[in-house]
Design a protein around this ligand. Structure first.
Ligand code: CA
Ligand code: CA
Ligand code: CA
Length: 650
């Protein structure tokens, strides 16, 4: 069924953009670069805001095949439409503490007005879970990073049927458009889990709904659950809801018990034991902090099975130190001293080997957990979380301890501010996408990566709008199909978000060198290209020295920032903080295809062995910073990733 739809879409594309798709059939069958849904994102390069680079095949080795390696992430859909009715203007904990730090100590401070808050603002705004534009960004980001499974939250017993319908149908649409997406599983725990599991089983599994998206483990669909439903995190049930799961359900799934990584749970040793998965570890527990990486991992039939990796724990401490475990906590130095915004002042960053001010964005706790997980090398790495964002503000009389403050009148349990949360989805401003990039870097270390494809020899390319000469160039750089959808969706508290920048859907790119000393670029879009007079039209960025510290966020040259006429464009160089025209270039467009040539000497190439990084971007809007290439129009490859062109004479 999936395959049928895929080919229908592909045929339509071929008819629309004649010529090109016949080429992919000719690529070497041994080359994995021949599956149209494979973007080969494990070969993309990137440098993040902290200068960390995506590790490549040379450092992480080939894709590891000695045992299965799967990455799952907790995906929240609780941002339901009723949140649109909250009274605006909307605010969050970070904004409140910035406006008046005293609010952190006063539960009835006038700035507090809701029962639940975002800890900060998401990069895509205060979105709701049925926002298809956000879902598409999420799914493509997670797929690019190497995440295999969305772990759907039913832990509170609330079934988000409407949100799941939009999510799963959008994932299916993305597949039909020619993309890969992660699979999904459910995780039930609290609030009458037997009833919850029965409903999930009836509505999805028995009905075979979204079967293509199910995730299998040991030959059956995987379900994370509460193995002893007579009690949950809130205590023991007194009524009949404690009855056990029907045998039919127990037989149907591969089941794993999953809860917080306590040393003991329900009176038994928990963390690191057989078939008990954890969604995070209570690292501030004295018996846990001294465990080895392998001891932390849950086992199945004695094999290392699941490790939890989280950017932090909770703001509310579970021990007598009463200090939360945030993003800057480490086993060795614990949580740093907090400032008047309840943000850490400074901390030593082990991966950097330095002490820094404002360490939150450096992922100290996250890397420590990744290093543990990579050392143990389990079969499943569970990440918590992608997009939880919100948490309740609870009034606790005057008896609470909160962030080492006694007699506190309120607490946040799960998330609080930029330091105390487990969100991996990028935030607006602040440390933006540091945690996303850190996740992608570590997934690559966990799974390995393919070598970057190498182009060989010269090609004969004419810049004339006839693209048959590109046939012989077999290395193809792919981007997500269909990632130009527009946004028109409600957010929290009366907010409404629109985005109509999606225009040309960049799908395939190629690069070739000619004997005449030119570097030629080819790009193909899903629909015929819009006129070259359009704003921010088909920008080509080149990081010629592969150095993110030179040029505009690494890009030393840009093409098409100034298009002179329908045959002539410009090459610009980034000098002294601005783009300066250096020469004109020929280009040609025909339908969905575009080609152009740059004299190699402008890029400083010598014709022996070449390598540079490049990226196409259409309609990103004002280029404020690198995040401008992450949200609007289409970029290829996505976000701050680049393709790396490697060329050898023979
Ligand atoms: Ca695209
Ligand atoms: Ca550069
Ligand atoms: Ca894209």
């Amino acid at each position: 069924m999936k395959k049928h739809v895929f080919w229908t879409v592909l045929t339509a594309t071929m008819m629309l953009c004649g010529g090109w798709n016949t080429l992919s059939a000719q690529t070497d069958v041994n080359d994995k670069n021949n599956d149209e849904t494979d973007l080969m994102s494990d070969t993309w390069v990137a440098t993040d805001a902290l200068g960390r680079q995506m590790p490549l095949n040379e450092s992480v080795g080939d894709i590891k095949t000695d045992h299965r390696r799967v990455v799952g992430i907790f995906y929240i859909t609780w941002h339901t439409p009723n949140n649109h009715n909250l009274k605006g203007p909307y605010t969050d904990v970070t904004k409140i503490l910035n406006e008046d730090p005293m609010a952190r100590k006063q539960t009835s401070h006038p700035l507090w007005k809701y029962g639940s808050y975002h800890w900060g603002e998401p990069e895509v705004g205060y979105f709701l879970s049925q926002d298809e534009w956000v879902i598409r960004h999420d799914i493509s980001m997670l797929q690019d990073a190497g995440v295999d499974v969305l772990v759907m939250d039913v832990t509170n017993g609330v079934c988000y049927w409407d949100e799941w319908e939009v999510l799963f149908s959008t994932m299916m649409k993305m597949r039909q458009e020619g993309n890969r997406t992660p699979q999904f599983i459910f995780w039930s725990y609290n609030n009458k889990p037997v009833n919850v599991v029965k409903q999930l089983y009836e509505r999805y599994y028995k009905a075979e709904k979204y079967k293509d998206l199910w995730f299998y483990w040991d030959g059956k669909p995987l379900l994370l659950y509460n193995a002893d439903p007579s009690s949950d995190a809130n205590g023991k049930y007194k009524d009949a809801s404690a009855s056990d799961y029907p045998q039919e359900i127990l037989d149907y799934f591969t089941l794993r018990n999953m809860w917080w990584g306590y040393y003991e749970s329900k009176g038994k040793r928990y963390i690191g034991t057989e078939d008990n998965w954890s969604f995070g570890y209570q690292m501030d527990h004295l018996d846990i902090v001294c465990m080895t990486p392998k001891q932390l991992v849950s086992k199945h039939k004695g094999q290392l099975e699941e490790a939890a990796v989280t950017p932090a724990q909770h703001p509310l401490a579970m021990d007598d130190r009463h200090m939360g475990v945030g993003k800057s906590w480490s086993r060795h130095t614990l949580e740093p001293e907090l400032d008047e915004h309840d943000m850490p002042r400074r901390a030593y960053v082990p991966w950097l080997g330095k002490t820094v001010d404002n360490p939150t964005g450096y992922g100290i706790y996250f890397q420590e957990r990744w290093d543990d997980a990579l050392a143990a090398d389990p079969q499943f790495i569970y990440l918590n979380d992608w997009n939880e964002w919100t948490a309740g503000k609870y009034g606790w009389g005057d008896n609470a301890w909160f962030l080492n403050r006694p007699r506190h009148s309120f607490v946040f349990v799960d998330q609080y501010n930029a330091e105390f949360n487990r969100t991996i989805q990028p935030m607006k401003d602040g440390y933006t996408d540091n945690f996303y990039m850190q996740m992608a870097q570590n997934i690559r270390r966990y799974k390995g990566a393919r070598p970057i494809p190498v182009n060989k020899g010269y090609n004969k390319i004419g810049i004339d709008g006839d693209f048959t000469d590109w046939k012989d160039v077999t290395v193809l750089y792919r981007d997500t199909r269909g990632d130009v959808t527009h946004r028109d969706a409600d957010g929290y508290a009366g907010l409404h978000y629109t985005d109509q920048t999606g225009r040309n859907d960049i799908q395939d790119a190629k690069v070739a060198l000619t004997r005449k000393g030119e570097v030629c670029f080819y790009v193909r879009t899903g629909q015929p290209l819009s006129p070259c007079t359009d704003s921010d039209w088909m920008l080509l960025f080149i990081d010629v020295d592969q150095d993110a510290s030179t040029g505009w966020y690494g890009y030393d040259f840009v093409v098409n920032r100034l298009v002179k006429d329908a045959r002539t464009t410009t090459l610009m160089h980034f000098e002294e903080g601005e783009w300066k025209e250096v020469t004109t270039l020929p280009f040609a467009v025909n339908g969905c295809e575009l080609e152009l040539a740059i004299p190699a000497q402008w890029l400083g190439l010598n014709g022996k062995e070449e390598s540079f990084d490049f990226k196409w971007a259409d309609n990103p809007g004002p280029l404020k910073d690198i995040i401008s290439l992450c949200l609007h129009g289409d970029t290829a490859p996505n976000r701050r990733f680049n393709y790396r062109f490697i060329w050898k004479k023979k």
